[in-house]
Design a protein around this ligand. Structure first.
Ligand code: ATP
Length: 292
């Protein structure tokens, strides 16, 4: 008699946890609840190649303060594109628009030729895996925290994701290994360790499009290298958008888009931009000087 309700509670718990994996993305990006609603009967997004195109996008949170203006850039299938710029330039806003937490004020965002405002949000968010700046960890074991990425993943898949996200040696150093409790009431993880948990979750989710929102907090060089290696693993063959604060993260990007006050002022590869001796070169030199 006791077993049935307990079993049912277990089911409810797993269901809620499954939805939390997506809600987490939402909370980490959003300051407020979304106001955007789907058009009636809007179809699913069909991702074939993973081409992303921002065309003359303008956006403001408040009409008296434009945030993005005439923003155009594209990411070809499988390419890694990085967005850089001073703090407040509008980098994270681009991610919020791609997730359609807000609608653009002007212009359009297309994925494989479909305007994202014409498809339903559930299918859009399913197609995009995000490694947010700050990952929410639940009061559960580190193993279960990784599994949130895809609750029905096999043990083998979870272990593989741990390896690919370069979490193995960290987990081995914990008192109870992968069964160590983390989160609010357990062990607190550093920013870099949390980002690697998010990377492992994303590896399990296997989305066709990937967004990496680099944490602003500074990382020790070992943690930074582990994240870089893990990032390389997941962006392999995936269309990826990287919001970068440390330019060292994105020297290998296919294209770097430099934002200033919501406009694209330069775009090209790391070397091309250095050779231009413009804003990117200035940012690069400033960061190099800080490192030495
Ligand atoms: P950082 O490098 O510091 O993370 P960023 O380039 O990602 O900055 P955004 O977070 O996109 O910049 O913010 C761009 C501008 O929009 C900032 O001036 C910010 O204050 C403003 N802004 C961001 N979110 C909101 C919001 N929900 N409501 C009003 N203004 C906002």
């Amino acid at each position: 008699q006791i077993f049935m309700p307990l079993n049912f509670l277990g089911f409810v718990y797993r269901e809620i946890r499954g939805s939390l994996a997506n809600i987490e993305n939402l909370f980490s990006l959003l300051d407020k609840a979304p106001k955007v609603s789907d058009k009636l009967g809007s179809p699913d997004l069909q991702v074939s190649k993973g081409n992303i195109r921002f065309t003359q996008v303008a956006f403001h949170y408040r009409p008296d303060r434009p945030i993005l203006e005439d923003l155009s850039f594209s990411i070809s299938p499988g390419e890694k594109v990085a967005v850089v710029g001073e703090s407040g330039a509008g980098k994270s806003t681009i991610v919020k628009l791609l997730f359609r937490f807000y609608d653009v004020t002007q212009g359009s965002i297309q994925i494989d030729g479909q305007d994202i405002s014409e498809v339903n949000q559930q299918s859009l968010r399913k197609a995009i895996g995000i490694v947010p700046q700050d990952t929410v960890l639940f009061n559960d074991s580190i193993l279960e925290n990784v599994r949130y990425g895809r609750p029905d993943a096999s043990d083998q898949e979870v272990q593989q994701a741990i390896d690919l996200a370069h979490l193995r040696s960290f987990i081995n150093s914990l008192p109870d290994g992968e069964n160590t409790q983390v989160g609010e009431r357990g062990l607190k993880l550093s920013g870099g360790e949390k980002q690697r948990v998010a990377i492992a979750r994303t590896i399990l989710k296997r989305p066709p499009i990937l967004v990496f929102d680099e944490a602003t907090s500074s990382l020790d060089s070992q943690s930074e290298k582990a994240i870089l290696d893990a990032l390389k693993e997941i962006s392999q063959g995936h269309t990826s958008l990287v919001i970068a604060h440390r330019l060292s993260t994105i020297v290998d990007a296919d294209k770097i888009v430099v934002l200033d006050e919501g406009r694209v002022i330069e775009q090209g590869s790391h070397q091309t931009l250095l050779d231009q001796h413009g804003a990117y070169k200035k940012l690069w030199d400033t960061q190099q000087n800080k490192r030495t």
